[in-house]
Design a protein around this ligand. Sequence first.
Ligand SMILES: Cc1ncc(C[n+]2csc(CCOP(=O)(O)OP(=O)(O)O)c2C)c(N)n1
Ligand SMILES: [Mg+2]
Length: 352
Amino acid sequence: MSTDDDQAGVLTAPAPSAAGPADLPADGPALRDWLGDMLLIRTFEETADGLALRGKVPGGMHPAIGQEAVAVGIARGLRDGDVVAGTHRSHHHALAKHLPPDAVMAELYGKRDGANGGRGGSMHLADFDRGLWGTNGIVGAGLGIALGGALGSSILRNGSVAVGLFGDGGANTGRTWEFVNLAAVWNLPLVVVCENNLYAVETASKSVTGGTSVAERAAGFGLPSHQVDGQDVLAVQVAVRAAADRARSGAGPTFLEMLTYRYKGHNSGEVVRYRTEDEVLQWRSSRDPVERFSARLTDAGLLTPEQLTDLADRARRTIDHAVTVAEESPWPDPSTAAGNVSAWSDSQGYTR
Ligand SMILES: Cc1ncc(C[n+]2csc(CCOP(=O)(O)OP(=O)(O)O)c2C)c(N)n1
Ligand SMILES: [Mg+2]
């Protein structure tokens, strides 16, 4: 029988990350870059959310405001050549993998200058050169694509690692565990990441999830499994880097459950009736990933108020430019609506 204290959204102390408490490296420029990426994502998502409410984003979008540290920590824990496959809520992962904000915004608009020519939209961003093997509207499917990437890496012996993402809702779909099982049995270089933001649409994950935690469930498949504070970019980066190093050494997959929170509704404009405003305020005021990281850098003498303002201004200018590009970009040529897959595969040099 659960008590009120057990309900989803109650702030419980996150378990330590896989590698223990993360020390702050004294590399100011690099850490300010991470913060710059987080501010860019925050600004992008807040702007895009407003644009979606004005009807500028066909099909709408799923904002990841509050989840910035998960994306930046993952991207910064990987090497060039490593790949990430995301979910329906993955603009933050695309931007953390350094897809150009102009191309991401134009893709949300369904415009020709979009990352995928405007044919994918918010849920289908991809850039193979930058290691984004697609975001994905099918719950749990991105992990299967990452599993394929990890299998390819182990066959080609190219030393790359794949990260597959899903949410707490995805943790309750069968395919997720088929992928985890195969990765463990085949000892693949896969980092499995559950981005647990406590809710699947309107459902509190605790009300539908058996066992103590998703991480503990995963441990039953015979791979190392850890909970990570997903609001701490450094903890995420350390955990991902350790898991990627382990995968690269041939030791196989690792499971990471990242504890995070989405500030907005499931999708832009959703009327939220399943959690309290107070709960959102608690997360925002005590665990905001951007504020926590800025404060940590400031305390360590690695960030001045002027540098913080400069990063925020730069993010604002970049996103304003992205909106201009998206507004001015033409619609895709209707004649390319069907059949352009062949043209694309020809352009990539694939034989048919
Ligand atoms: C196979 C499948 N079933 C159902 C849906 C509808 N759906 C879209 S998002 C979602 C919930 C996902 O929750 P979670 O995995 O926690 O991710 P979050 O939205 O919190 O990022 C559902 C059920 C879907 N897209 N795909
Ligand atoms: Mg969720």
